[in-house]
Write a protein that binds this ligand. Structure first.
Ligand SMILES: [Zn+2]
Ligand SMILES: [Zn+2]
Length: 247
């Protein structure tokens, strides 16, 4: 009984400490941490590429012994320099991303911004970006959802790395069908002309494009194409998560 009492006391103590010093939740595994939204164990894994290494070109994770995903082996991305993702789109991270995109949990942008800032520092350290851009949503989506999750991430990364963000560089056509039920080739064809460049001169600018998920790359490539049409010198992409190609 005494043991039970002390366990109880310990639990209360722990709860009181958490109340006084609330830790953040590790966005990869869901454990409480005081280390900036990434627990020690997940930080080690991230540093050692434990969940796969990134494809040379795109954000997809591949086996350690591979250097490119099966799609980039056929044709490397045309309109972007490189894409990088923080984690694999699965488990707790996937749940959080869905809550962020569809359930109004916009406060998650802060933690995702911390992870994305780490990613930029590691992957794109030598590049001095001029502007941070985001993937546009249609007016209908904006009216329904009330926010653009990609723009919230771009703003969080902007304060993380001290590069200005810009909205209204790109627009998304209203008549694009939802991507979620389409296969890879259909997605790329569907998105090809879905992103429209707006009347902004980006001549010579190095753009960092920020989004939540890199799946087939269709969205990133369409944005890259439009940004290049506007004169951008280069487009680099970061996302919170990406898929895997463990062939
Ligand atoms: Zn963790
Ligand atoms: Zn690839």
């Amino acid at each position: 009984m005494a043991e039970g009492f002390f366990t109880l006391l310990k639990e209360y103590g722990k709860a009181a400490v958490e109340l006084l010093f609330p830790g953040e939740t590790c966005l990869i595994c869901g454990k409480t941490t005081n280390q900036g939204y990434l627990c020690k164990s997940c930080a080690d894994k991230w540093e050692n590429f434990a969940w796969g290494r990134p494809c040379d070109y795109c954000g997809v994770f591949v086996r350690q012994e591979h250097s490119q995903c099966r799609w980039c082996q056929i044709e490397p991305p045309l309109y972007i320099e490189r894409a990088r993702a923080f984690g694999v789109y699965q488990g707790y991270l996937r749940d959080r991303l869905l809550a962020f995109k569809y359930e109004g949990q916009t406060s998650l942008a802060k933690g995702f911004g911390v992870l994305l800032t780490k990613l930029v520092v590691r992957e794109f350290a030598g590049i001095s970006f001029d502007l941070i851009s985001s993937v546009p949503v249609t007016e209908k989506t904006m009216a329904k959802r009330g926010y653009n999750q990609s723009l919230l991430l771009a703003q969080a990364v902007s304060s993380g790395i001290g590069v200005p963000w810009a909205d209204h560089l790109l627009a998304k056509r209203a008549d694009v069908v939802s991507q979620t039920t389409l296969g890879r080739e259909a997605r790329i064809a569907n998105m090809r002309d879905a992103i429209v460049p707006l009347d902004v001169d980006l001549t010579g600018k190095r753009i960092l494009l920020v989004d939540d998920i890199f799946t087939t790359g269709a969205t990133a490539y369409a944005c890259g194409k439009a940004l290049k049409q506007m004169g951008a010198a280069g487009v680099w992409v970061i996302t919170v998560a990406a898929g895997t190609d463990f062939q």
